[in-house]
Write a protein that binds this ligand. Structure first.
Ligand SMILES: O=C(O)c1ccc[n+]([C@@H]2O[C@H](COP(=O)([O-])O)[C@@H](O)[C@H]2O)c1
Ligand SMILES: Cc1cc2nc[nH]c2cc1C
Length: 353
């Protein structure tokens, strides 16, 4: 740690600790505000957020792991571009800019930014989801979008995704990363209460983990064999945030799984990652555990399981409010001095009167 960073670190922590409030009373908001200041490594005058959504289709839907049409990926991504999806309405309501990056939607035309790697991944129940070259391309796309955000002056990112079938790919990647093969990591996804589908998903994932057992040696192998283009791009983007010194909010189960991969590949990512909410997917806690994030460090528990980055944008919204307070609140030193002066004046009046 250089002397100047140590100096900055002390000043940054003091700025939060010296706000006119009992120490620690703004809880996780305070903790996350400190993490953001430390990640920046230098004082920024304002918060300049951006939300990035990576959208892609997943070949494993051909194995019958979803209840709805895969065409929803294309349709909902179009709604995102138009601003009529949940997350883009959240962004618009808060003046948060966003972009949709098509890294592999199954369509002839691209939706949003055209970074299409293929029209969806391969069905991992039959063959590896992607080639090594495609994995590298997906991760590089994530990095490229973070570098572009840095050039725009963005200093806080949030990540989301859109991809029918991606709770299956995420559960498969997470199972591959976890010490024991845990079938309960796989949840309902967007087919809430559909037990038949749930047990089928678990069987598909267990069979794939067995089939690729020899190949699944690293997080990169997991992304390539049983992951998705969205997961790989998210992972590459999160790793790039370290180099660009941009802290970022993760969202639910899918982004937490991508983060677990990113931290395994580059441990410094942990310092830049901010949890937003606890997804209802059962694997969320395990994904966070692999990231070294305690469930009690997550500010929002609202029963969300939509994805898109909805929880992440809510996290940014809370942080915008918190950073306004950081910039405009009176200081603890100041209020203590004012209280002392007032006390002394009252005492003086009593003695004189
Ligand atoms: O982020 C989450 O925790 C989450 C949990 C359940 C569903 N989703 C969203 O729903 C889609 C995946 O669900 P599924 O059932 O098709 O695997 C995908 O577009 C995600 O954005 C997201
Ligand atoms: C409508 C719809 C919107 C979504 N957004 C993210 N995943 C989704 C799944 C569905 C089904």
């Amino acid at each position: 740690m250089t002397v100047s960073y140590e100096n900055y670190r002390r000043q940054a922590l003091h700025q939060i600790d010296n706000l006119a409030k009992p120490p620690g009373s703004l809880g996780l908001l305070e903790k996350q505000a400190k993490q953001i200041l430390l990640a920046w490594g230098t004082f920024h005058r304002e918060l300049r957020p951006k939300h990035i959504i990576f959208a892609a289709d997943n070949g494993v839907v051909q194995a019958g792991v979803v209840a709805q049409l895969a065409d929803i990926t294309y349709m909902q991504s179009c709604h995102m571009v138009q601003g009529t999806s949940a997350v883009t309405c959240f962004c618009r309501s808060q003046d948060i800019p966003y972009e949709v990056v098509d890294v592999g939607i199954d369509s002839a035309d691209a939706v949003g930014l055209d970074r299409k790697i293929a029209r969806g991944t391969k069905n991992f129940a039959v063959e590896p989801a992607m080639s090594r070259e495609q994995l590298v391309q997906a991760m590089a796309t994530g990095r490229e979008r973070v570098q572009a955000a840095a050039k725009e002056g963005i200093n806080l990112l949030s990540f989301g995704e859109m991809g029918i079938g991606n709770t299956t790919t995420s559960a498969a990647v997470l199972t591959a990363l976890s010490p024991k093969k845990m079938s309960w990591l796989t949840g309902f996804g967007s087919a809430r209460g559909n037990y038949k589908l749930l047990f089928h998903k678990r069987r598909v994932i267990a069979a794939a983990i067995k089939a690729y057992e020899k190949e699944l040696q690293t997080p990169a192998d997991a992304l390539r064999c049983v992951g998705g283009f969205d997961l790989a791009s998210l992972c590459g983007a999160m790793m790039a945030c370290v180099d660009e010194k941009i802290p970022f909010y993760i969202d639910g189960f899918i982004t937490a799984t991508a983060l677990a991969c990113a931290i395994a590949m580059k441990p410094a990512v942990r310092d830049y990652a901010l949890p937003s909410h606890i997804s209802r997917e059962p694997g969320m806690a395990q994904a966070l555990r692999l990231c070294g994030i305690d469930e009690y460090e997550v500010p929002i528990q609202a029963g969300l399981s939509l994805g898109e980055g909805t929880g992440a944008v809510l996290g940014v919204t809370l942080m915008k409010t918190m950073m306004y307070a950081v910039c405009h609140m009176a200081t603890l030193d100041g209020i203590n001095q004012e209280a002392q002066d007032r006390y002394d004046r009252r005492k003086g009046d009593e003695t004189n009167g």
